[in-house]
Write a protein that binds this ligand. Structure first.
Ligand SMILES: *[C@@H]1O[C@H](CO)[C@@H](O)[C@H](O)[C@H]1NC(C)=O
Ligand SMILES: *[C@@H]1O[C@H](CO)[C@@H](O)[C@H](O)[C@H]1NC(C)=O
Length: 189
C-alpha cells in the first residue's frame, strides 16, 4: 500500500510540470463546445449550378490583368487576373444574377495552360444571400471537366467542404471572354 502510494506520488510529481503547462496553454484557450450552441444541426449535402462570366474585353471588363505573363511563355506563366465575375442562373449574362466570383486566377504552369484559382462566391440569392463559398484549386482550362476543392464558407456555408466541377460553356478566342458552367457540391450545416 505504502509503496504504491509512493509510486503514485512519484508519477504525480514527475508529470506535474506537463499537467500544469497543458492547463496553462491549451486548457483555457481551446475548449470543446457543443455544436448545438452554434445552431448546427445535421450536416447536409447541397448541389447547385450557375454560370461564371469572365468578361475580359469591352467597356466594362469584370476580369482585369494585374500582372502580365513572363516574356516568351507559351502558357502565359505569371499572368494574374483579378476578377469580380457575375454568376448567373442561366448561361446568358442577362439571366438571373445569383452572386459574384471575387478573387483572382493566375497562370501557374510552365508546361500547360493551368490556372491557380482563388475565389469567393458571394451569393445574393434567397437564403444564400450574404453567404460565401471559397474555392481554391487547379484549373487546366482546356480540360473538359476541371475539379477544384471548396475549402470553406461563411453564413449558411459555415464549415463548408466539397468540390466544384467547371466546364467551359462558351469561349471566344478573339475577345478571350468565357462562360463557364459551375456545378458545386458542398457539405454544410
Ligand atoms: C524571347 O524570345 C526572343 C526570340 O526568340 C529572344 O530573342 C529573347 O531573348 C527571349 N526573351 C527571354 C526573356 O527569354
Ligand atoms: C440580400 O441582402 C441584402 C442586405 O441584407 C438586401 O439588401 C437584399 O435585398 C437581399 N437580396 C435578396 C434577393 O434577398
Amino acid at each position: 500500500m505504502a509503496s504504491s502510494s509512493l509510486i503514485f506520488l512519484f508519477l504525480l510529481l514527475s508529470f506535474s510540470p506537463l499537467l500544469i503547462s497543458s492547463h496553462d496553454d491549451d486548457g483555457d484557450f481551446l475548449r470543446l463546445t457543443d455544436r448545438k450552441l452554434l445552431g448546427l444541426k445535421k450536416e447536409k449535402l447541397g448541389h447547385f449550378k450557375f454560370y461564371w462570366h469572365d468578361i475580359v474585353s469591352g467597356q466594362n471588363p469584370t476580369s482585369v490583368t494585374i500582372v502580365p505573363p513572363t516574356v516568351n511563355s507559351t502558357t502565359a506563366f505569371g499572368l494574374l487576373n483579378m476578377i469580380d465575375n457575375p454568376l448567373t442562373l442561366g448561361p446568358k449574362l442577362s439571366s438571373k444574377l445569383v452572386g459574384r466570383a471575387q478573387g483572382f486566377y493566375a497562370s501557374a504552369s510552365q508546361s500547360e495552360f493551368a490556372l491557380l484559382m482563388v475565389m469567393n462566391f458571394a451569393f445574393i440569392e434567397g437564403k444564400c444571400n450574404g453567404s460565401t463559398i471559397t474555392v481554391l484549386g487547379r484549373n487546366p482550362v482546356f480540360n473538359k471537366v476541371r475539379e477544384m476543392p471548396v475549402i470553406g464558407g461563411t453564413g449558411v456555408f459555415r464549415f463548408a467542404r466539397g468540390y466544384v466541377e467547371a466546364r467551359t460553356h462558351w469561349f471566344a478566342p478573339n475577345s478571350r471572354n468565357a462562360i463557364v458552367e459551375y456545378n458545386v457540391y458542398v457539405m454544410h450545416y
